[in-house]
Design a protein around this ligand. Structure first.
Ligand SMILES: Cc1cc2nc3c(=O)[nH]c(=O)nc-3n(C[C@H](O)[C@H](O)[C@H](O)COP(=O)(O)O)c2cc1C
Length: 476
C-alpha cells in the first residue's frame, strides 16, 4: 500500500474553493459562479440595481416584485434584458392567497415578457397560476428528457409544501388549464414528468415572513423529503435543496453546506447595502443592529391568519403596535366595539388620522384592486376593522422606505438575526458603513470565508497528530 504522507493528505483536504461549494448542477443550470442566491424583498427593496450588480458578477438574485405596479415590473424586465441578456436573474412570484388575481396578473407578465426564472413564495400548495408558468413551453428534448424553459425556485418551511413542489402539478389542475386553453395538449401530456420546482429553499428563521424553524432541523428534513419523493417520482431526485434563514456569516454558510445544502440564499444582509432599494435612514438603523434586536410580529398582509414576520425592534414602537393591533382584531368584532380611549389612541398615535379617513382611502384602493374584498368589508364590520388595521402595516412600510424623519418609530423593517451577525463581523472594518457594502461583495465574503473555514476545520480534524480518543465514560 502506498504511503501517503500526512502533508499530502492535508493539502488534499485543504482544497475547498468557494466555487466548489454546493451543487455543480445548480451553478451550471443557472450559469452562476457560486451556489449562492440573493432572495427577493418586496417593493423593490431587492432593487433593479441589486439584480444588475449581482448579474454582472455572475450571481443569481431575484427582483422584489411584491407590492409593485405592473409597469415597474415590466420596466425591470426590459432593463435586465438590456443589461444582463439571458441572466442570471429572476422575479418573485408571491402567492395571492384568497385573491389569485394578482398572482395571475404577475404570471401573465412573466409569460408575455419571457421571464425564465421565478422565486415562488408563500404558497401553501401549487396554484393554477404557478402551474401554468411552470408548464408553459415544456417540450420533448432530443435525448428523451423533457425541456422545461421556466425555472421555479420554491421557498418552503413546511414538509407538505415541500412535497407538493417536488411532485408533478396536480392532474386535475393541468386538465383545467388545458380546457381553458392556457396549456397546449403537448404541455399537458408532459406535465406528469415535470416536478413543480427545480430548486427548493428550506427557509428557516428568516427576516420577513417566517415559521422560525431552526435550519439545523429544517434543512436535513427537506433533503430527506426530496429523497423520499424521488422513490416514487424519480425526477424529484434532480430537485436541488438550498438553505435560507440566518445566513449572514461565513460560519453559517459553511454549516449549511456541511448539512447538505445545494446552495444558500440570503435576505436580511442584502437590505443593508448600497444597492438595495430602501431609505438611507433604514440602512443606518440596520447597520447598528445586534443579533438580539429583532422581534416577531403579525405579518400585515396575512393579519387574519396569525402568520408571523420577523422585524427590527431596536428603537422602534412598530413591533409593540403591530402586536397590539393583532390582539385587538382577535378580541373585537368591529371598530365600534373598541373602548373610546383605545380608539382615540389608535387614531392619534398609530394612524395619525381618523378611522373614517383611513377607511375612505382603503375603500378607494380596494374598489380598484379587489372589489370582492371591499364588498365583504361593507357587509362585515370585523372585516372592515381588519382592512383598516392592515392600513397601518402598509403605512409603516411606506414610512420606512421613504425615510420619513418625523415618524421613525413606526418604521416596519423586516429583518432577521443574520443582519446582527454580519454587523458584528464587519464592526471596525471599512464595511461597517453600509455605503461600502455591496451585494456581490457580501457573496464573495461569505462564500470565500465559508470555504476557508471548512478547509481549516477539515485540516484540524484530519490530523496530523490524531488526538487520542478520550476513554469512554459511562453516564451516571
Ligand atoms: C426586508 C425583507 C423583505 C422580504 N421580502 C420578501 C418578498 O417580498 N418575497 C419573498 O419571497 N421573500 C422576501 N423576503 C425573504 C428573503 O427573500 C429571504 O428568503 C430571507 O430574508 C432569508 O433569510 P434571512 O433574512 O435570515 O437572510 C424578505 C426579507 C427581508 C429581510
Amino acid at each position: 500500500m502506498a504511503v501517503v504522507h500526512a502533508e499530502q493528505a492535508l493539502a488534499a483536504v485543504a482544497a475547498v474553493a468557494p466555487e466548489n461549494l454546493g451543487s455543480a448542477r445548480f451553478r451550471a443550470d443557472h450559469g452562476v459562479r457560486y451556489a449562492y442566491v440573493a432572495g427577493s424583498m418586496y417593493k423593490a427593496v431587492a432593487s433593479e440595481d441589486m439584480v444588475v450588480r449581482m448579474g454582472r458578477a455572475g450571481l443569481l438574485s431575484y427582483f422584489g416584485t411584491g407590492g409593485l405596479r405592473p409597469d415597474r415590473v415590466i420596466a425591470a424586465v426590459r432593463r435586465f434584458e438590456r443589461e444582463l441578456g439571458e441572466g442570471p436573474y429572476g422575479f418573485n412570484l408571491l402567492a395571492g392567497g384568497d385573491n389569485p388575481r394578482k398572482e395571475e396578473e404577475q404570471v401573465g407578465i412573466f409569460l408575455r415578457h419571457g421571464v425564465r426564472r421565478v422565486e415562488a413564495a408563500s404558497f401553501v400548495r401549487p396554484t393554477p397560476a404557478v402551474v401554468r408558468y411552470r408548464l408553459t413551453g415544456v417540450r420533448p428534448a432530443r435525448d428523451g428528457a423533457v425541456h422545461v424553459p421556466n425555472r421555479v425556485m420554491a421557498k418552503v418551511s413546511r414538509p407538505e409544501v415541500a412535497r407538493s413542489f417536488l411532485e408533478p402539478a396536480p392532474p386535475a389542475m393541468v386538465g383545467d388549464l388545458l380546457a381553458r386553453g392556457l396549456l397546449t395538449a403537448e404541455e399537458a401530456d408532459l406535465a406528469a414528468r415535470v416536478p413543480m420546482a427545480d430548486d427548493l429553499v428550506a427557509e428557516a428563521d428568516s427576516g420577513g415572513h417566517t415559521d422560525q424553524r431552526p435550519l439545523v432541523i429544517l434543512l436535513p428534513d427537506t433533503v430527506r423529503q426530496r429523497d423520499m419523493a424521488a422513490r416514487e417520482f424519480p425526477a424529484a431526485a434532480g430537485v436541488r435543496v438550498g438553505a435560507a434563514g440566518g445566513l449572514g456569516t461565513p460560519h453559517a454558510v459553511a454549516a449549511a453546506f456541511v448539512m447538505g445544502a445545494d446552495f444558500v440564499l440570503t435576505g436580511s444582509i442584502n437590505q443593508c447595502t448600497a444597492q438595495c432599494g430602501t431609505s438611507e435612514a433604514v440602512k443606518d438603523m440596520l447597520q447598528q443592529a445586534d443579533v438580539h434586536d429583532m422581534a416577531l410580529v403579525p405579518a400585515g398582509d396575512m393579519l387574519e391568519t396569525g402568520a408571523r414576520a420577523q422585524v427590527l425592534r431596536r428603537g422602534l414602537f412598530y413591533p409593540v403596535r403591530a402586536n397590539r393591533l393583532y390582539e385587538l382584531y382577535r378580541r373585537h368584532g368591529s371598530l365600534e366595539e373598541l373602548d373610546p380611549a383605545t380608539a382615540e389612541q389608535l387614531q392619534r398615535r398609530y394612524f395619525r388620522r381618523s378611522f373614517d379617513e383611513v377607511w375612505e382611502e382603503t375603500r378607494a384602493y380596494y374598489r380598484q384592486a379587489d372589489p370582492d374584498t371591499l364588498a365583504r368589508a361593507e357587509r362585515d364590520p370585523k372585516h372592515r376593522m381588519l382592512l383598516v388595521f392592515k392600513a397601518y402595516f402598509v403605512q409603516s412600510i411606506r414610512l420606512a422606505m421613504s425615510g420619513s424623519s418625523e415618524h421613525q418609530v413606526d418604521y416596519q423593517i423586516n429583518c432577521g438575526p443574520a443582519m446582527g451577525a454580519l454587523n458584528a463581523l464587519l464592526r471596525g472594518t471599512e464595511r461597517e458603513d453600509w455605503r461600502n457594502r455591496h451585494v456581490d461583495e457580501l457573496a464573495d465574503l461569505l462564500m470565500a470565508g465559508a470555504a476557508q473555514l471548512l478547509s481549516e476545520r477539515m485540516r484540524a480534524m484530519a490530523g496530523p497528530d490524531p488526538v487520542p480518543a478520550a476513554p469512554y465514560r459511562r453516564l451516571p
